[in-house]
Design a protein around this ligand. Structure first.
Ligand SMILES: Nc1ccn([C@H]2C[C@H](O)[C@@H](COP(=O)(O)O)O2)c(=O)n1
Ligand SMILES: [Zn+2]
Length: 164
């Protein structure tokens, strides 16, 4: 055997795989989101998943949805930091100018602002299940205006199995 292995995973499979792996760390019982920020020369810069800020206990803060509780103070939305924002805030290396963001779910309007302002130029997303909401429509409006390129990741169908 003298040639190289040919069935290695692509860059997109690798980074989207890392984003999906990060999502598995989320304690959100309904939606787990993962993100991976990559430099333009394909080095991983940061990762994140949705969860409560440091010091806000996963066991004490609420994981319910607003409409079930009828009180936003008792629902997760005031407290959960989105995976994209966590990935941006987790980066300690300086500038994210020109980087790419892989995220399992299309970013909301608040994350879009952080993405634009941090200098991320390309966004590759997995799902768009909230695509018809005002938050995601506003997000796309801002990303379009700011010239952030985005496209949906096309699943290759390859099954990645890791035994840990
Ligand atoms: N792009 C996104 C969108 C949502 N999230 C987080 C915020 C919540 O923890 C969860 C959404 O909960 P749901 O309303 O589906 O019960 O996902 C995120 O991190 N990034
Ligand atoms: Zn968001």
């Amino acid at each position: 055997m003298s040639g190289k292995r040919e069935d290695y995973i692509s860059w997109d499979e690798y980074f989207m795989g890392v984003a999906y792996l990060s999502a598995l760390r989320s304690k959100d019982p309904n939606t787990q989101v993962g993100a991976c920020i990559v430099s333009d020369d394909n080095k991983i810069l940061s990762m994140g998943y949705n969860g409560f800020p440091r010091g806000c206990s996963d066991d004490e803060f609420p994981w319910g949805k607003e409409h079930e509780q009828d009180d936003p103070y008792q629902a997760k939305y005031f407290y959960a930091t989105h995976s994209e924002l966590n990935a941006i805030l987790n980066y300690r290396g300086g500038s994210l100018e020109g980087s790419k963001l892989y995220v399992t779910l299309f970013p909301c309007n608040e994350c879009a602002k952080a993405i634009i302002q941090s200098g991320i130029r390309t966004l590759i997303y997995g799902e768009d299940k909230y695509g018809d909401t005002a938050a995601v429509r506003a997000s796309k409006r801002m990303l379009n205006a700011a010239g952030v390129r985005y496209y949906q990741y096309t699943k290759t169908g390859r099954k990645l199995q890791i035994i840990v």
